[in-house]
Design a protein around this ligand. Structure first.
Ligand code: MG
Length: 414
């Protein structure tokens, strides 16, 4: 087996530092945010975030057995070490890659603090001073997460008027790019499994898109997400019907496994098509990008293997004159990691913000001003990610689980 542990013997003493422990906790926001801490003997702690959901803390805990004693500055080598050491645990894809993503971000934060550089500079260059966001919106009561699982409302919640009202509210907050869900209860009529859209279901979606566009005008960027629901023919019919509305993109029209089907849909419509959030590592997106099977690639840096792996995806996209807009449902930790990526990637378009429902989102960080102002986040100049966690707010929202991983009680949502 290839041995990715350290084999170097010479390093400047100031940079001869070691990881002393890795730890993770789950903060219960609108999603279960996996926050990761890497402690070092250099007097700094790195903070990262891995994509939401179960299993990550256990995997992070496991890495202590081979990462403790390693040099946190060797970020990329240590990610390869995780993939290799845990290859038999599913290390080439899935949750191990997700856990490695959060560890990688924490290592970059630690490395930046040790070297006195912001993370974007560790990634290469600074292309921009601020990163533009698009706001993920939900009409009325149309969507919620209850006990960590998606909870859908009844059909009345999905009226065109409710979508338009939410679009007006969010643009008034300063966002000039929005995304709504377009997978609706009618998609299950008359059959919930075959992926076919009736004419009535397509007409309902068209009405919603028209109402939002009418409300916000043509200058606001507008995307819709379909969450991998449709057959190829229904996806093509829907994308064709929505062409007059000049969308920023339509996201995840067909299930994610079959790249040929995805490519066929993308090439059949002038509506831009986006996908990528449930792919792992660059290998699962390379063919799709080179085949031009997607117009805007949307990897999730906290899933796909971290910021450096997302840079590889961005490189392949740039070679094909394609923008990248990362998926992001994170706390401010993962969001700020994506902001550094946004500063460092030339073909970066805009970043998702998906926490409008969490009034204490900003409070997780020690800072005077809200992170988001007028739909953008300023790229920080402080070392590492440039953030400090407010541990009391983290503690107030920790997910409380028992030994079998079942939640003990609800934490104190505000
Ligand atoms: Mg999506």
């Amino acid at each position: 087996m290839r041995d990715y542990s350290s084999h170097v013997e010479r390093r400047d003493p100031a940079r001869d530092v070691s990881i002393t422990s890795l730890d993770a906790c789950v903060v219960e926001g609108n999603f279960e945010w996996n926050l990761i801490k890497v402690e070092t003997d250099a007097g700094v702690t790195g903070i990262g975030e891995a994509y939401r959901g179960g299993g990550v803390p256990e995997l992070v805990e496991y890495t202590n057995r081979f990462l403790v004693g390693e040099n946190p500055l060797d970020v990329e080598r240590l990610v390869r070490y995780i993939f290799q050491e845990m290859s038999g645990h599913g290390g080439t894809t899935g949750k191990v890659v997700t856990a490695a993503s959060g560890i990688e971000i924490a290592l970059l934060d630690a490395a930046g603090k040790i070297l006195d550089l912001p993370v974007y500079q560790l990634l290469g260059s600074k292309y921009r001073d601020e990163v533009r966001l698009y706001c993920d919106c939900h009409a009325g009561e149309a969507y919620a997460v209850e006990d960590g699982a998606t909870a859908y409302a009844d059909a009345e919640a999905y009226s065109p008027e409710a979508y338009a009202a939410e679009a007006a509210r969010v643009t008034d907050m300063g966002f000039d790019a929005l995304k709504f869900d377009l997978d609706l209860p009618a998609d299950n009529d008359p059959d919930p499994y075959n992926g076919r859209l009736t004419n009535a279901a397509i007409a309902e979606k068209r009405e919603i898109v028209a109402a939002v566009r009418d409300e916000i005008g043509d200058e606001i960027d507008l995307a819709f997400d379909c969450h991998w629901d449709y057959s190829v023919e229904s996806a093509k019919r829907l994308a064709y019907e929505l062409e007059p509305f000049d969308l920023m993109w339509l996201e995840d029209l067909v299930p994610p496994e079959n790249m040929a089907a995805q490519t066929e849909v993308t090439k059949a419509t002038r509506t831009p098509v986006a996908t990528g959030e449930n792919r792992f590592r660059v290998f699962e997106l390379t063919d799709l990008i080179y085949d031009h099977g997607v117009d805007v690639v949307t990897p999730d840096p906290t899933t796909v293997g971290g910021l450096t792996e997302t840079m590889r995806i961005a490189d392949r996209a740039e070679e094909n004159y394609m923008p990248m807009s990362p998926h992001n449902v994170c706390s401010p930790v993962g969001t700020m990691a994506c902001v550094h990526l946004g500063a460092a990637v030339p073909n970066f378009d805009l970043l998702e913000f998906h926490a409008l429902e969490v009034p204490w989102w900003d409070d997780l960080l020690v800072r005077e001003e809200p992170l988001i102002d007028d739909g953008v986040i300023q790229v920080p100049e402080a070392p590492g990610l440039g953030i400090e966690l407010d541990e009391s707010v983290v503690d107030a929202h920790l997910l409380d689980v028992n030994a079998t991983g079942h939640r003990v009680s609800d934490s104190s949502h505000e």
